[in-house]
Design a protein around this ligand. Sequence first.
Ligand SMILES: Cc1cc2nc3c(=O)[nH]c(=O)nc-3n(C[C@H](O)[C@H](O)[C@H](O)COP(=O)(O)O)c2cc1C
Length: 375
Amino acid sequence: MAYDLSGLFTPFTHGPLHLASRIVMAPMTRCFSPGGVPGENVAAYYRRRAEGGVGLIMTEGTWIPHPAASNEENAPRFYGEDALAGWRRVVAEVHAAGGKIMPQLWHTGLTRRPVVENLYEAVPEDFAAKVSPSGYVTAGEKVAEPMTDAQVVELIDAYAKGAETAKALGFDGVEIHGAHGYMVDQFFWHETNKRADRWGGPKLADRARFGIELIRACRAKVGPDFPIVLRFSQWKLQDYNAKLAQTPRELASLLEPLADAGVDIFHASQRRFWLPEFEGSDLNLAGWAKKITGKPSITVGSVGIEQEMLETLFSPVPTTLGKFDKLMEMLGRGDFDLVAVGRALLVDPQWVRKLQRGAYAELQPYSAASLASLS
Ligand SMILES: Cc1cc2nc3c(=O)[nH]c(=O)nc-3n(C[C@H](O)[C@H](O)[C@H](O)COP(=O)(O)O)c2cc1C
């Protein structure tokens, strides 16, 4: 069967950001940076995706300069001369191949083992710095004390330092990881944010405050022209069916102030891109983000693979084009601007080129074995 995928291969421009294609590599933690330092193998891994036609690479989550950000010593840091020299090399390699790249700034908050048992096997036992909005890791499970106001302010500063570093290293923008039940999302979600001070409250609009101040702080450090992307999601690793927003109006109470604070592009993480977000409309989450804010948006979730990520992370799945007609229809009518691809690009650096050539039979199926090396 032939597909008209030409819409994926048109350039995208937003302010200073110029991308050769609409395909974004989704951020994927790989844990190949011993001691938090991304080496030559990591630079070559990202370079291969740039050579392979990816328009924009989002790096794996990288730890902001905060003592409690990290729970995995082989995931890359975004501080310290050794790690930053590694990132400088990553940027140079990707740019040499004509690609664009942004780091994904990450703080896990309390979301570490045992909630994500399969994803993070190597949490050091002595990793005791437990910071989070209210000490809840998931609904009803209080395991630590809330952060003080001063700690929250300090944390925001660490994100802002990360954004400043991204600009200094020559990245093409920065992505804030505000999704999947990690730190920023722990502020957004009512089950993990029980605060009654300025960082919390009964409404999503109240719990948006941390994200808003964080984006403002990043914007103040990087100036008006450096792209800031915010990744957000309804679902959490702690609860796949969780919803921050029950209605478009509630979603607007989160996203509008974030856009005003300085988000340029919203990266709306879904497990399956084709699912409508709210009743009565075909729009998915990225579609709503764009409609509400007027900003460009990125969709993601099982593009090229019909089984969603969490069900298949450790098992092989065929690559399929079954939903590409739907993807092209949604992209074509402007629901979203960019399409992020995770597992298909993890397993196959040439995935974009193969699509472009129509060589569908050559697309590599995703398999857990691909996690074992940086190919
Ligand atoms: C191995 C692996 C690691 C991931 N690590 C991250 C991460 O660091 N940050 C993040 O926001 N999402 C992460 N994700 C989620 C992906 O970015 C993406 O949203 C998800 O895989 C769905 O896209 P896909 O169906 O194209 O794989 C990860 C996914 C995989 C498979």
